[in-house]
Write a protein that binds this ligand. Structure first.
Ligand SMILES: Cc1cc2nc3c(=O)[nH]c(=O)nc-3n(C[C@H](O)[C@H](O)[C@H](O)COP(=O)(O)OP(=O)(O)OC[C@H]3O[C@@H](n4cnc5c(N)ncnc54)[C@H](O)[C@@H]3O)c2cc1C
Length: 485
């Protein structure tokens, strides 16, 4: 139980907001989530409202425990995997689909990152869950355990001797049915007592309500927020253990790729970047394709070999999911930035600009560079779709952090720990939905005394250099801002 019950306002009902709302409510706080979209009505279904711009609203996301040198994320992923499997029990349609993940290498050899992943899998006793295509013993084990059919061969284009890409099949990997999982967690949160305010006016954050702190005159204290309908949501009074106490109000942010626009103090830590998503649709009558691309036969495939910059630098990666029960095959291509002039007062800019999401009307098509890279990928990995039209195309916005780790901490610019952020999903947050909130609630409740092993990785960190592509700025090869797409 928390020592002091706080009335907590959470902004954003995506994966981070939902997960933490549940974690906080469980630890004794009283949580209200404000969300501008009507997830209570559209049930997080991507097709229900095409104006929704939220990374969490999507048919599927990759689950992987493979994290190179980042053993802490590998361990968090394994903790989450256990939790997904528990959630699956009793559900008709699994939210975590154990279809495996094939990490196809850029060449016929294993890349350095892959060797690091295998070493860390070995270290934690999971090496036997990984099958290296070029390793005879792994192939034999895959055959014994029924995974051999997913150790697929793909020929390297232009090779003189029909060489194939090396690959590692990760039997721990798979996918989460992301939108369905969000709706599941929304219902869990509501039944745990979390209150929700949905709507473009009443659910949309407009501004903080700030007061002078009585204990720290140098920084403002946030005592609540205003929504777009003009309503103020302030602190209240509740009875705890029979005594009446003033509630410590606290605002939190989980507003995904819009985080910097709501709280510009995040501009050093975060950058919005667009992922390009395209889909094909398989007709169930086409039995051969329906079967070939089913999750029973086809793993998630990732391929990190998509030269995009003029100098041939690999700045992106491509992935494909097995078909859904509706016959949708989704392919994703990693990140473009959209630099625009930053408003006055933004604490960190590059040449006076920052990268933020485009309006949804400009997110319906993918940039030509993405289409080209995806077409190359399709010709190798999904040859039946080589000349097929895309069923849908769209841009979906990442919230990239300076080192690819999340940002989960109190914001030091506000007095009395009155603003907490939980954001920076960096393209890998969805898989952690069942456990993220418990770790984040530990940080919320205990700050530097938190016992979560993720505490140091998620801290507020203006002392850490901007890397992970954030150092590129408007002059970087990924910027599509201000250019004709
Ligand atoms: C293209 C793409 C592919 C990805 N693939 C994977 C993957 O394969 N595996 C994986 O684990 N992770 C993946 N991720 C990452 C994962 O999706 C994110 O980490 C996660 O969804 C982030 O959740 P969030 O709640 O922070 O943000 P969001 O899902 O963006 O939610 C933020 C919410 O805040 C709301 N909001 C914004 N402004 C306001 C306001 N003013 N008032 C009220 N509400 C507001 C929004 O409406 C939204 O609902 C991917 C991300 C992207 C973009």
């Amino acid at each position: 139980m928390a020592q002091k019950q706080k009335r907590v306002a959470v902004v954003g009902a995506g994966i981070f907001g939902l997960s933490l709302a549940i974690g906080l409510q469980k630890s004794g706080h009283s949580v209200t989530v404000f969300e501008r979209y009507q997830y209570d009505k559209n049930k997080y279904e991507p097709d229900e409202d095409d104006k929704v711009q939220a990374a969490s609203v999507d048919v599927n996301k990759i689950f992987r425990a493979s994290y190179g040198k980042k053993l802490h994320y590998q361990r968090l992923a394994m903790e989450s995997r256990e939790a997904w499997l528990r959630i699956n029990q009793g559900l008709g349609d699994a939210l975590f689909v154990e279809c495996g993940m094939l990490r196809v290498q850029p060449s016929d050899e294993l890349a350095a990152l892959e060797k690091e992943t295998l070493a860390n899998m070995q270290r934690d006793g999971f090496r036997d869950t990984q099958f290296v295509k070029s390793d005879a013993r792994d192939r034999e084990r895959a055959a014994r355990l029924g995974w051999e059919g997913k150790l697929l061969d793909f020929e390297i284009p232009g090779g003189a001797h029909h060489e194939t890409f090396d690959a590692v099949l990760d039997s721990l990997g798979g996918l989460t049915r992301c939108s369905a999982a969000c709706y599941h967690f929304y219902k869990l949160a509501a039944s745990a007592g979390v209150k929700f305010v949905f709507g473009p006016e009443e659910g949309a954050f407009a501004s903080f309500i700030e007061k002078t702190s009585t204990v720290d005159g140098s920084r403002p204290k946030v005592v609540g927020l205003k929504t777009k309908d003009g309503r103020a949501h302030e602190a209240d009074v509740v009875a705890i253990a029979g005594k009446s106490k003033t509630i410590f109000s606290c605002s939190l942010f989980f507003s995904g790729s819009f985080s910097t626009q709501l709280l510009s103090k995040l501009s050093y830590h975060l950058e919005s970047a667009a992922g390009s998503l395209v889909t094909f649709k398989i007709d169930p009558e086409n039995k051969a394709l329906w079967d070939k691309y089913s999750p029973e036969k086809f793993p998630v495939i990732t391929w990190k070999s998509a030269p995009r910059a003029k100098d041939g630098k690999d700045t992106g990666s491509i992935y494909v999911f097995p078909r859904t029960s509706d016959g949708i095959i989704k392919i994703g291509y990693r990140g473009f930035t959209n630099f625009e002039k930053a408003p006055d007062g933004v604490p960190f800019t590059q040449d006076g600009q920052w990268s933020i999401p485009l309006p949804y009307d400009d997110c319906k098509a993918v940039p030509p560079q993405a289409e080209e890279a995806i077409r190359t990928f399709v010709s190798i990995f999904l040859p039946e779709f080589d000349k097929a039209d895309f069923d849908t195309t769209k841009l979906c916005w990442y919230t990239d952090s300076l080192d690819n780790s999340f940002v989960i901490d109190y914001v030091p610019d506000y007095a009395e720990n009155s603003v907490f952020v939980c954001t920076g999903g960096s393209g890998h947050g969805a898989k952690f939905m069942p456990v993220l909130g418990d770790h984040a609630a530990d940080v919320f409740n205990n700050a530097d005394n938190a016992t979560s092993h993720m505490r140091t990785h998620w801290r507020w960190r203006e002392d850490v250099p901007r890397r992970n592509g954030l150092e590129d700025g408007p002059g970087g090869p990924r910027n599509i801002g201000g250019r004709s797409r």
